[in-house]
Each structure stands twice: as C-alpha cells, then as structure tokens.
Design a protein. Structure first.
Ligand code: NAD
Ligand code: DAU
Length: 336
C-alpha cells in the first residue's frame, strides 16, 4: 500500500509516519508537508534513510503539486493531518486557518477524486462538537457547534469530506480525537509548554480558573486508531477517538510541577482564552465496538515517559523555542 501522509512533519503526523513504517515495512509512506513553524524534519531524523519513506515539501493547497505527487507515487490512501492546529493562533489570525484547513482539504479531496483514491482519511478533532457541561460525552451524533476559528475551520473541512462522499462516492472516513500528548509535541500546547517552561524555571501560565477539562490520549493510541480506520473503516463513517481520561488543566499543571520537583510558585493564573471551551470528553464506544480499538497507555505511565522524553531532548525543544516561537510567546504571554 502507498500512503500519502500530509502534515507528517508535525506532532501527530511524525509519530504516525514512524508507527506505520515500523508496523508495515512493505508500505511506502510519502510525507507531504509545507514545513510551517510547526513542521520539523528533526521529528523524523531516524527514518530519513528508510527506503520506504519519501519526503516532499509542499502546500496541500497546491493542486498541481499534490496531483503530481499522488500520480508519481501511485498513492492508494491519503491521510490528512496537515493543518494549522493551535487555537490561540486562530484567535489572533483566523485567515490562515480557513486557507489551510478548509481550502487545503478541498484540494486534497479533488485530487483524491481525480485519481480514484481507495481511501481518504480526514484527521479531525473533538473540538468541532463545541463544549460540554459537567456531564455527558461527545458521540458521533453530537451536532457540530465549533466555538473557535480553529474548530470552525476543522468543522468546515469535515463537511466537505462528507459532501465528497455523498456527492462523488469518495471512500472517506473522518476521525475526531481528543487532546493528544507525547513526544515531539510542539511547546505552544499545554503539556509541552508546561514541561519545558518548568525545566527552564519559567512561569506556568494557566488560563482563567484552570478548571477547564480536556480528555488526554497518548499519541501512539491515536496512531493505532487511525491504522484501524484506514484498514477497516466503513466508507463514509465518522469515528470518535478518546480514552476516558479527563483532567482539569489545574490537575495537569500540578502533576507536572510535582513530577519535575519545581516550585508551585511558578504557576501563574493569566486572563482566559477568548471563547474558551469548558469541557471535552469523548465516547469511544463506536470505534471500540465496531473496529476493536482500545487504548494501551495508562496516563500516569504516558505522562512520566513524556516528561522523561523532554528531559532527554533539550536540543530539540530549545531549537524549537527560538526564533519565530519567541515572537509568538511574547505576543501571547507578554515578556515573561
Ligand atoms: P501540528 O501543528 O504539530 O502539525 C501540523 C503539520 O501540518 C505541520 O508539520 C505543518 O508543517 C503542516 N502544515 C501546515 N500547513 C500546511 C499546508 N498548507 N500544507 C502542508 N502541510 C502543512 O499539528 P498536530 O497537533 O500534529 O495535529 C495534526 C492534525 O491532527 C491536525 O489536523 C489537528 O487538527 C488534528 N488533531 C490534533 C489533536 C491534538 O491534540 N494535537 C487532536 C485531535 C486532532
Ligand atoms: O481536543 C483536540 C484539540 O486539542 C486539537 O484539535 C488541537 O489541535 C489541539 O491544539 C488541542 O486544543 P486545546 O485548545 O484543547 O489544547 P491546548 O494545549 O492549546 O490547551 C489545552 C488546555 O490548556 C485548554 O483548556 C487551554 C489551556 N491552556 C493552554 C495553554 C497553551 C492554558 O491554560 N495555558 C496555556 O498556556
């Protein structure tokens, strides 16, 4: 099987490329990535010499190039991870989110249709469902109610994917996963930001009252779910992915402070994110019952391994936290 992985140089994409190359040594994996601020080929240094791996630098919005790559490599399956992925950046600059996440997806779908691709998998997010109250879960039937420009752009993409299935009969699946954590997570996101700031002795900024809830899943468990969807997903179906692991942001930050043995006085409550969703929680019954997926990682083990990964890879995150990152950081958090 020849798989085009878009956005394979980012956090989840790079973990997925590595997972697939290890599990399916005969598959060809073509990683198509624009290498934006979030794309980093260092994430895949260990696979560069694998003969089954190809990297192409390009924009998912570039029809000619995507068309050429899909034709040249005789692609069977497209898995679209490529996106602008950070909610805070979407609040300050929504335009690029619509361009990449909505228009880019439409280009990929057009190419998939032209080439008669066997399967198109859209990596979406639980954020398209909006926010939950204190109880209940997101199911695949929950109405879409995105609250941020990021989640609205992901919902727009999902609707296009659905439409290409209904209108042209394209074999599509949409996955909607909860918050991922693990190695190579870009340190603008909560967990890697808190770990790396704590290691640097910097403030740990918690938005609002810190009681917002996220449902954390190890990135490798997300990869095993996508693998099942590629091979067994029923055409046109949506699959929610999550491991029943709800934590408040306060719990997460206190856990990191404790495990790293730094002072609680680093924690700083800062003004809330605009439109901040209160709670996400996934009901994974469909993917569990229909495709046989179960997550393998206990959170305590996963977070411990993740913290150790950051402790042992200071070169990686120190390089990432320089240049453009510092401009973003000052804009978002002030001069701290
Ligand atoms: P990321 O920001 O780490 O990586 C995104 C990748 O896409 C980068 O390598 C970037 O260079 C690439 N990219 C951006 N614009 C591009 C373009 N126009 N053309 C080609 N490549 C482009 O993101 P992530 O956290 O790995 O998320 C990957 C996908 O998974 C996204 O679609 C996101 O919406 C979805 N998702 C993320 C999470 C999470 O917790 N991180 C959870 C559920 C779903
Ligand atoms: O739910 C899946 C989504 O998870 C993905 O679709 C997104 O791509 C991914 O970025 C993530 O979105 P969140 O907004 O949930 O993740 P983030 O790490 O940005 O924030 C997690 C929580 O922590 C959220 O409630 C906001 C809070 N937070 C975040 C940052 C960066 C803080 O309190 N302080 C911070 O500095």
């Amino acid at each position: 099987m020849n798989i085009l992985v878009t956005g394979g140089a980012g956090f989840i994409g790079s973990n997925f490329v590595r997972y697939m190359l290890e599990k399916y040594p005969k598959y060809k994996i073509v990683n198509y990535d624009l290498l934006t601020y979030a794309g980093n080929l260092e994430n895949l240094q260990d696979v560069q010499k694998n003969g089954q791996y190809v990297f192409v630098k390009g924009d998912i919005g570039n029809y000619q190039l995507v068309d050429y790559v899909v034709g040249t490599h005789q692609i069977d399956v497209i898995v679209n991870f490529a996106a602008e992925s950070h909610v805070d950046r979407s609040i300050s600059d929504p335009g690029i989110f619509v361009k990449t996440n909505v228009l880019g997806t439409q280009v990929l779908l057009d190419v998939a249709k032209t080439h008669g691709i066997k399967k198109y998998v859209q990596i979406s997010t639980d954020e398209v469902y909006g926010s939950l109250g204190e109880t209940g879960y997101f199911t695949e039937e929950t109405p879409l109610a995105p609250n941020s420009p990021y989640s609205a752009s992901k919902a727009g993409a999902d609707l296009l994917v659905r439409a290409y299935h209904e209108t042209y009969g394209l074999n599509v699946n949409i996955t909607r996963c909860s918050n991922n954590y693990g190695p190579y997570h870009f340190p603008e996101k909560l967990i890697p930001l808190m770990i790396t700031n704590a290691l640097e002795g910097k403030e740990l900024p918690i938005y609002g009252d810190g009681q917002n809830v996220r449902d954390w899943l190890h990135v490798k468990d997300h990869c095993t779910a996508i693998d099942l969807v590629i091979h067994k997903g029923i055409p046109g179906e949506v699959y929610n992915i999550g491991g029943h692991n709800e934590r408040t942001n306060n719990e997460i930050v206190h856990l990191i402070v404790e495990k790293l043995g730094v002072s609680k006085s680093l924690i700083k409550y800062v003004p809330d994110r605009l439109g901040h969703d209160r709670r996400y929680a996934i009901d994974p019954a469909k993917i569990t019952e229909e495709l046989g997926w179960t997550p393998q990682y206990e959170f305590d083990k996963g977070i411990e391994e993740t913290i150790q990964w950051y402790i042992h890879h200071p070169d990686w995150w120190k390089r990432v936290k320089s240049g453009e990152y510092m401009d973003y950081y000052k804009k978002q958090y002030g001069e701290t």
